[in-house]
Ligand binder design. Structure first.
Ligand code: BG6
Length: 511
């Protein structure tokens, strides 16, 4: 259990302190940690940004964010006031040495006040264009020097392609040691994502069947019902491949496919994950069309409401070529996974929000039951539900009650909410706590980011050279373009989300 005394005095400097991420995610997560008594006794949050703002104004803004996004609901006045004392604002230009000199002085002042050395965490919650600038200034100001006590946190996107990721990693490496660099992929902070390792490697049951002998294919779906919301400007430049596949989906892939780790050391786990990316069969430029599908949503219905097409969203070019949907087929060339197709798909404005990994097992080698007994036969399937349902479902065949031998698919379910009293912390709570603890297990290492880019580059290049002629090619509120079906081998299918399957079953039972 996390306790206050486990964390040492910490100064958290947030560049982009007046921005959306700080307001929506970072400060609510810190506040929630403080409510769980998981913050150090001595801590200070210094929000740095260009706009003029008083401490009081900033605190009011952040209070409003906490009231909306804290998992404890609206903050009680006493709790907020106690927490807010630790927050201050510093106006400063990210490209001026004075900003960093002032920060250094402020950190030193706090250390003097606390009578001890403090961890200094520099969090870049800024537009990506600043990611390559801030580390240089921190380096020049001497604020990166202390390997044990200074850390930098980088939000995704880490680069725009392999070349820019290499360049950004080089700037970071010129100023910080790799052990000081925390590259965030918030998916890794989700409880259900961390549970993939627990499920696979804390139970001897599944490991012997987790391979090509028993598994027919794997699908990883990260679907969103929302459109681009207020982020059209950023998204139109990025697209779904950069925004979701290069990071979140590749991380899920690594956790599902990696070999067992020997210890729980950060680098041991990260080594095993990088091995997965190294095993990904390179995509031939000429074969991109056979293993990658892109789509963009047009107008449609979302939750029975009419919604505009992507090209009509704020901040999006009216002739935008950005993809809002991607489906990929890949193979891992190693002993465990050789020739097992792994399908990834993600998209915005799909019918519902669902992130699930489905492991489809092979059919039995011989059906010894009478033909009529096994109508509707489904080979066993295991679903790791990341969100909104949080749990694991194992589908298998069972005998239907009655004198005859009749088989029906049934489910065995584990649900987080039913099994545990403890609420799941938000991913940012876990990740911020880990940065303060100096534990990099859940963060992306430079080589992993680069390997993911390297594998995707043929798709990015071919797509950039041949812009799509059929966009928009799926209506909002549908499961993406038809071509995504064509990626699948004969007999394979994109699974229905667990929530829908359960609704259908309930209806079937009641009718
Ligand atoms: C972000 C992407 O990294 O993840 C967004 O930039 C996306 O486009 C979001 O909406 C999804 O995260 P979650 O936790 O809501 O699944």
């Amino acid at each position: 259990m996390k306790t206050t005394d486990q964390l040492e005095p910490t100064v958290l400097v947030i560049f982009g302190g007046a921005g959306d991420l700080t307001w929506r995610k970072l400060v609510p997560a810190l506040f929630d940690l403080s409510q769980d008594r998981s913050m150090p006794a001595d801590f200070s949050v210094i929000a740095v940004d260009r706009v003029p703002m008083s401490d009081e104004k900033l605190r009011q803004r952040l209070h409003n964010g906490v009231n909306q996004f804290s998992r404890f609901g609206k903050a009680k006045d006493a709790a907020w006031n106690e927490f807010a004392k630790h927050i201050s604002y510093q106006q400063g230009d990210f490209k001026k040495p004075q900003t960093y000199a002032a920060l250094g002085a402020q950190c030193a002042r706090l250390e003097k006040e606390w009578g001890t050395k403090a961890h200094r965490i520099f969090y870049m919650a800024t537009p990506p264009s600043m990611f390559g600038e801030i580390p240089k200034y921190l380096g020049k100001a001497g604020l990166a020097r202390d390997r044990e006590w200074a850390r930098i946190v980088v939000e995704k996107p880490i680069g725009y392609d392999l070349e820019s990721a290499l360049a950004l990693n080089a700037i970071l490496a010129a100023n910080f040691e790799e052990s000081q660099i925390f590259r965030i992929d918030h998916y890794l902070g989700k409880e259900t994502v961390q549970n993939i390792l627990a499920f696979r490697f804390a139970n001897p049951l599944f490991e012997p069947i987790w391979n090509r002998r028993c598994i027919d294919y794997v699908t990883i779906t990260v679907a969103e019902a929302v459109g681009v919301e207020h982020r059209g400007g950023y998204y139109d430049h990025a697209g779904a491949l950069r925004d979701m596949v290069q990071n979140h989906l590749m991380q899920l892939l690594c956790l599902v496919a990696m070999e067992p780790m020997v210890s729980f050391q950060a680098d041991e786990i990260r080594n095993k994950k990088v091995d997965v990316l190294h095993a990904a069969r390179p995509i031939d430029r000429d074969a991109v069309a056979q293993c990658a599908v892109r789509g963009q949503y047009g107008p449609g219905n979302n939750d029975r409401k009419k919604v505009p097409g992507y090209r009509e969203e704020d901040g999006v070019a009216p002739d935008s070529q950005a993809e809002t949907f991607v489906a990929l087929k890949l193979f891992l060339d190693n002993w465990r996974w050789q020739d097992v197709p792994i399908y990834l798909r993600t998209g915005k404005r799909l019918p519902r929000q669902v992130s699930e990994i489905s492991i489809q097992f092979r059919a039995v080698p011989h059906r010894s039951f009478p033909v009529g007994a096994s109508l509707g036969w489904h080979p066993s399937r295991l679903v790791m539900a990341i969100q909104p349902i949080e749990g694991i479902v194992l589908g298998f065949q069972a005998k239907y009650p009655g004198p005859k031998m009749q088989l029906r698919p049934v489910d065995m379910r584990f649900s987080y909410h039913e099994s545990f009293d403890a609420p799941s912390p938000d991913a940012y709570e876990t990740l911020l706590w880990d940065v303060m603890k100096n534990d990099a297990t859940l963060f992306m290492r430079a080589d992993q980011v680069e390997a993911a880019w390297q594998w995707l580059m043929p798709v990015l290049d071919v797509w950039a050279e041949a812009p799509p002629s059929d966009f928009p090619n799926y209506a909002a509120g549908t499961w993406g373009p038809e071509e995504a079906q064509g990626l699948l081998a004969c007999g394979h299918g994109w699974p229905l989300p667990t929530e829908l399957v359960e609704q259908h079953k309930k209806k079937g039972k009641n009718s």
